[in-house]
Design a protein around this ligand. Structure first.
Ligand SMILES: Cc1ncc(COP(=O)(O)O)c(C=O)c1O
Length: 371
């Protein structure tokens, strides 16, 4: 449904919804409006259970260990506020944390007297061993929670969360993984990964409608994680379902139809051989990065195998907003250009609909603007 006049290289921010999937959303909304009482008081709960089951099969976990949320920031807020951190506890993350969630943890730690620590992982990252050495050097016997991105937002890197989860498990540290970019981007098996808590967006790389994300919570922790809003499901009104699902799902009037579209989005991914396409897209991301590095005489910010379908390229510019504006106004290229730490950079994303021509156009436009 993207405007054909645009070269859209920013799937990573808000995804993009194919017409087939968008039409499925409209079908659910029409069904809801035919009898809102029947739909919102009765039909919705078994429909949500079916949708969670399909998502659980896709993510390698039980559907009943998942609840839908509009976005990962809502989900992590619910978790962070449920933890009952104490003064002196430490929450460990990194300087690559997603900005909104940086605010969340700063505030939650300030409210409880806990300490929020961000491991400084400077660019370039050369190897997993170096990364883990630096990250673990920030741990102490006060570390209670590790919160880390699986794929980072601004720097677009796949972090070695498997190693971190195993390390934390041996020390009884709670692991909360921000996998906003992972579903439909990397194969994911949450049970094998063994994180305590995992959140991801379906509206990004799975191409589901906006406002479709999930929170996975390990069964033994579910009674400790509260929704941000206390509503009808609080005392467990819905029978045949856990208190966790009751409390998170039965939240009064809200539009849950985007959540029902998830099985259609999974079908769309499978019908389009997403894992094969993803491998090809990763090749295109790497070859494009090499072209940029040649053009800029630059250094990669991470090894090739830390990249998925996005990459961040450092640019020698002073005004990222103006650069972004020029890319849009002159070349009709939709792409984020920003400051991060002490660098300025752009991040390009490649999904089903992008072609080699799109990224060639980007490299040529950057070359022209820099000269
Ligand atoms: C790493 C990461 N975490 C979380 C999010 C969640 O975004 P939001 O909750 O603002 O929609 C994003 C979105 O881009 C992200 O990149």
């Amino acid at each position: 449904m993207l405007d054909p006049a645009l070269t859209y290289l920013n799937h990573g921010s808000f995804g993009a919804c194919p017409k087939l999937i968008f039409d499925n959303l409209k079908d659910w909304q029409i069904r809801m409006e035919k009898d809102p009482v029947q739909f919102l008081e009765s039909d919705i709960f078994p429909l949500l259970a079916d949708s969670r089951k399909a998502l659980g099969n896709f993510l390698g976990c039980e559907g009943d260990d998942l609840v839908y949320y509009p976005n990962p920031t809502h989900a992590v807020n619910a978790v962070a506020r449920s933890l009952k951190l104490k003064a002196g506890d430490e929450v460990l993350s990194t300087n690559h944390i997603y900005g909104a969630l940086d605010f969340t943890w700063q505030q939650v730690c300030q409210d409880s007297g806990a300490k929020f620590i961000k491991a400084e992982l400077p660019l370039p990252i050369k190897s997993k061993a170096e990364f883990l050495n630096i990250f673990f050097s920030y741990m102490s016997d006060k570390t209670r929670v590790i919160f880390i991105s699986h794929i980072t937002s601004m720097t677009a890197m796949i972090f070695p969360v498997e190693d971190i989860i195993q390390f934390a498990k041996d020390r009884e540290i709670l692991t909360i993984i921000d996998g906003a970019h992972v579903p439909g981007h990397l194969p994911l098996n949450i049970t094998e990964l063994d994180a305590d808590i995992y959140t991801g967006a379906c509206h990004k790389w799975m191409c589901a409608p906006k406002g479709t994300s999930f929170l996975y919570v390990r069964k033994s922790l579910q009674d400790e994680i509260m929704p941000p809003v206390i509503s009808w499901g609080w005392e467990g009104e819905l029978s045949n379902t856990s208190l966790f699902l009751n409390r998170h799902e039965w939240q009064g009037t809200r539009d849950m139809t985007p959540f029902l579209v998830v099985p259609e989005a999974i079908k769309f991914l499978n019908d389009n051989n997403w894992q094969e396409r993803s491998k090809l897209n990763r090749k295109l991301v790497i070859s494009t990065r090499n072209q940029f590095l040649d053009l800029l005489n630059g250094e990669p910010i991470c090894p090739d195998d830390w990249l998925g379908q996005m990459a961040t390229i450092e640019l020698p510019i002073d005004d990222p907003l103006q650069f972004k504006r020029s890319l849009m106004e002159i070349y009709k290229i939709q792409i984020p250009v920003f400051s991060w730490g002490n660098i300025t950079a752009l991040r390009y994303s490649v999904h089903f609909y992008n072609t080699e021509e799109d990224v060639k156009r980007l490299v040529a436009a950057v070359k022209e603007l820099l000269h």
